[in-house]
Design a protein around this ligand. Structure first.
Ligand code: SF4
Length: 661
C-alpha cells in the first residue's frame, strides 16, 4: 500500500492569514470574537473557542472589550459601515483576492452595469460580494443556471454586464459558463477571479484521484471548497471518502496494495493532515506485520489436516496434573488432553482451568488403540467456536472480553474464547502514544472491527469501547453540570494559554489567568501534567459542549489575605522589587506590592530611592493606606523611625505623592 499526499493540501494563504491574525491577538491577551467561524474546520474552531474566541453573528453582539475579526470570506459593505458606526475595534482578515472582487463589482456597479456572480449565493463569500454591488446583480451556481437565466431574462443578456467569479468556483464549471457568456453576451466584461490556490488544489486532486484506488479528502463537512474537492475526486475515484479527522479513516475499506491519495480543503490545519498520515502509516505497518506473523487460525486449519480427527466429543474431567488432563469420553480408551492442547494461552495452568468432574467439549485429534488412549484438544474446540463468536460480535458490533497475552510489534494480541485478536497500538489505548506494557495479562474489552474470513484474521479496537465509555460519562456529566460545581480532575496537557483538565470523561480548560492570583508566564508555574487538582465550573455551554474551569480560590486571593492579615497600621518586613524616581515598590505578600514614596524612606531628605535602597533588599515598613478599589497601598519606613500614627503619615504621604505625580 502506498500513500501520496497532495502538495496543495491544507491551509491556503487567505485562511492561514486569518487564523494567524486571530492567534496573534490571543497571544497579546486581547479578547477576540469572529464574525462567523473563522474557518470551516470544527477542530480548529473548537481549539480557538477554548482560547476564548467567541463567534458572533453581527457587530451588535460584540462586547466592548473585544476585537472583532472579519474572516477571509469578507463581508458586505453594510457590515463594515456598522462596525465603524459602533466604534468596534476590528481587524479585517478578508483575503486580498476577495477584496479584489469587492473592488471590481463595486466600481462596475457604480457605473450602472449589471453584475453577474458565478457562485453559490448562500455562501458567505458571495453574500459579501453581493453586499458590494450597487446595481442589479444575479448569482448562478452552474452553467445550466446561467444559460436558463440569460434566456429567461433578455434584459440581463442585453444590458452592460460585468461578471466575476467566487474564488472557489469549480474550474471546469466556469469553463462551461464562460463559453455561454462569450456566445450570448459578447460585450460582457468578464473577470476570472477564481483563486489560483483553488485551481491548483482542484487540478492536483483530480490527477491524484485518477491514479488512486482510494482517496481521502480531509476537511470540514460544511466547507464549500472541501465538498467541491470531494466531488472532483469522487468523479475520478469511486472509493473517495470525506473525513474530518484521523478518527474517521475508513480502515475497513483499505485493501492490500491500495494506492491511497490524500488531499485536504483550504481550511484544514496541517496538524490534522499529519495525524491522518501518521495513523494511516501505522495501520499499514500493522497490516504488514500481522501479515508476516504466523497466523494462528491458519495453523488451526493445518492442525485439522495433520490429525486423523474423529469429530467432537463431550468428556468429564477425571484427573488434573500440571502437564495433562485426563478425561472420560464414554469410550474404552482413556482421554488425554496435553497442557498445550488445553488452552491457547501459553501462561495457562491446568489446575486453574479445569476441575475434576467438569464437563468439557473437545475435539478428538488421534486415537491410539494399541496404547488405549485418545488424544483430545480443548484448544481447537474453543478456537472453532470462538471464531464463530468473533464473526457474530463483528456483525453485532458487540463488546468482547479477552486477556492480553502478548505485546507484539505494532500492537497487542488479546485472546478471547481461544481466538487471537490483533489490536493495533493506535486502537489499544484511549490516546495515541500510551504505553502498552500495562495491558499485558489484563482483561480488556474491545470490539471486532475487521475479520478476514479466508485468512481468519481478526482485528479489534479497545479504543472503540473506551470512546463509548467516555461518551457515556460525558452524558452523565452534562446532565448535572452547573456553574460553581466542584470537581477533582487530572491535568491532561498544558498550552501557553491554559491547562486542560480531565474531570471525568470531559476535558475543560483552566485559562492561565484562572490558575493563579499572581501574574504567571506559563501554566507549568502552577500545575504539571498528571497533577490531581480541585477545579470548579466557571462557565459552561451545554449546546456547544464547552466548559471553562476555575482553579484559584477566593481564600488565596492576595487582596483578601491583605484585608484580613495586613490592615492599615500593620508593621511588616517587605522586599524591594522595583525602584522609580518617586519611590520604591515593595512586595508585602506574593501578588501584592506597595509603594514607599521617596518622602517616606527616611527622616533625612532622599534625592532618589536608588541612593539608599536596592532591589532585593528587605526593609521594615508600616502600611499607611490601602485603596482596595484602585489596588494601591502606601508604605512608610519613616513612620517606623518616628513611630508616627498611621493616619497622619498616610495623609502626608498622599499629599506628597500627588504633587510628585
Ligand atoms: S481560497 Fe484563495 S481566495 Fe479563498 S481565502 Fe484562500 S487564498 Fe484567499
Amino acid at each position: 500500500m502506498n500513500i501520496k499526499v497532495a502538495d496543495t493540501a491544507g491551509f491556503c494563504f487567505g485562511v492561514s492569514r486569518a487564523v494567524d491574525i486571530v492567534e496573534k491577538l490571543l497571544d497579546e491577551n486581547i479578547k477576540v470574537c469572529t464574525l462567523g467561524a473563522i474557518i470551516h474546520n470544527p477542530q480548529k474552531v473548537k481549539e480557538l473557542e477554548l482560547r476564548g474566541v467567541r463567534i458572533v453573528d453581527s457587530p451588535e453582539q460584540v462586547h466592548e472589550d473585544e476585537t472583532l475579526v472579519i474572516r477571509s470570506h469578507g463581508v458586505p459593505s453594510s457590515v463594515t459601515d456598522k462596525i465603524k458606526e459602533l466604534g468596534i475595534s476590528c481587524k479585517d482578515a478578508t483575503c486580498p483576492f476577495v477584496l479584489k472582487i469587492h473592488k471590481i463589482v463595486s466600481e462596475h456597479s457604480r457605473k450602472g452595469e449589471t453584475i453577474l456572480i458565478a457562485g453559490d449565493e448562500d455562501h458567505p463569500e458571495v453574500k459579501g460580494i453581493i453586499g458590494h454591488c450597487f446595481s442589479q446583480h444575479y448569482a448562478f451556481s452552474n452553467s445550466e443556471e446561467l444559460e436558463e437565466m440569460l434566456y429567461k431574462l433578455p434584459e440581463v443578456r442585453n444590458s452592460d454586464l460585468c461578471v466575476a467569479v467566487q474564488t472557489t468556483f469549480n474550474r471546469s464549471e466556469w469553463k462551461k459558463s464562460l463559453k455561454i457568456l462569450q456566445k450570448l453576451c459578447t460585450n460582457a466584461k468578464i473577470f476570472d477571479t477564481i483563486c489560483s490556490a483553488t485551481t491548483d488544489r482542484q487540478s492536483e486532486a483530480e490527477v491524484l484521484a485518477s491514479t488512486s484506488d482510494l482517496m481521502l479528502v480531509i476537511g470540514g463537512r460544511h466547507s464549500s471548497n472541501t465538498n467541491k474537492l470531494y466531488n472532483i475526486c469522487k468523479s475520478k475515484c469511486e472509493r473517495t471518502f470525506l473525513i474530518e479527522s484521523a478518527e474517521e479513516i475508513p480502515f475497513s475499506e483499505l485493501r492490500q496494495n491500495d494506492q491511497v491519495g490524500i488531499t485536504a480543503g483550504a481550511s484544514t490545519p496541517a496538524s490534522i493532515i499529519k495525524e491522518v498520515l501518521v495513523t494511516m502509516t501505522e495501520e499499514i505497518k500493522n497490516i504488514q506485520e500481522s501479515e508476516a506473523e504466523p497466523n494462528f487460525e491458519a495453523l488451526l486449519e493445518e492442525s485439522f489436516k495433520n490429525y486423523n480427527t474423529d469429530g467432537r466429543v463431550t468428556g468429564v474431567v477425571v484427573g488434573v496434573t500440571p502437564t495433562e488432563v485426563r478425561v472420560d469420553v464414554g469410550r474404552k480408551q482413556t482421554g488425554i488432553i496435553p497442557l498445550s492442547e488445553l488452552s491457547s494461552d501459553p501462561n495457562a495452568k491446568a489446575e486453574e482451568l479445569v476441575n475434576v468432574g467438569d464437563e468439557i467439549n473437545l475435539i478428538i485429534m488421534k486415537t491410539n488403540d494399541q496404547e488405549g488412549t485418545i488424544l483430545l484438544s480443548k484448544r481447537l474446540y474453543d478456537a472453532q467456536k470462538g471464531w464463530d463468536d468473533i464473526i457474530k460480535a463483528e456483525e453485532e458490533k458487540s463488546i468482547v472480553k479477552g486477556v492480553v497475552t502478548e505485546i507484539v510489534k505494532g500492537g497487542v494480541i488479546a485472546l478471547t474464547n481461544g481466538v487471537k485478536v490483533f489490536i493495533p497500538a493506535s486502537l489499544a489505548t484511549a490516546t495515541r502514544g500510551e504505553s502498552l506494557e500495562g495491558l499485558l495479562k489484563k482483561e480488556v474489552s474491545f470490539r471486532i472491527i475487521e475479520t478476514t474470513r479466508q485468512r481468519k484474521r481478526a482485528v479489534g479496537s479497545i479504543r472503540s469501547v473506551l470512546n463509548d465509555e467516555r461518551k457515556q460519562k460525558a452524558e452523565e456529566f452534562w446532565a448535572d453540570a452547573e456553574v460553581g460545581k466542584k470537581y477533582t480532575g487530572t491535568v491532561k496537557s498544558l498550552t501557553s494559554y491554559g491547562a486542560f483538565v480531565d474531570i471525568g470523561g470531559i476535558d475543560g480548560m483552566v485559562h492561565i489567568s484562572e490558575l493563579s492570583w499572581s501574574r504567571i508566564k506559563h501554566p507549568s508555574e502552577v500545575v504539571n501534567v498528571g497533577d490531581t487538582i480541585e477545579v470548579y465550573i466557571k462557565a459552561l455551554d451545554k449546546e456547544k459542549g464547552k466548559i471553562s474551569l476555575g482553579y484559584k480560590k477566593d481564600e488565596d486571593n492576595p487582596w483578601e489575605i491583605l484585608k484580613n492579615k495586613y490592615p492599615v497600621g500593620t508593621d511588616c518586613e517587605v522586599e524591594i522589587v522595583g525602584l522609580t524616581q518617586f519611590g520604591a515598590f515593595a512586595r508585602i505578600i506574593p501578588g501584592i506590592d506597595g509603594l514607599i514614596h521617596v518622602s517616606q524612606i527616611s527622616n533625612d531628605r532622599v534625592e532618589k530611592p536608588q541612593d539608599v535602597l536596592s532591589v532585593g533588599q528587605k526593609v521594615n515598613v508600616r502600611i499607611t493606606a490601602i485603596d482596595f478599589d484602585k489596588k494601591r497601598i502606601s508604605l512608610s519606613m519613616k513612620a517606623l523611625l518616628n513611630d508616627t500614627p498611621a493616619k497622619e503619615t498616610a495623609a502626608e504621604e498622599t499629599e506628597e505623592a500627588a504633587s510628585e505625580e
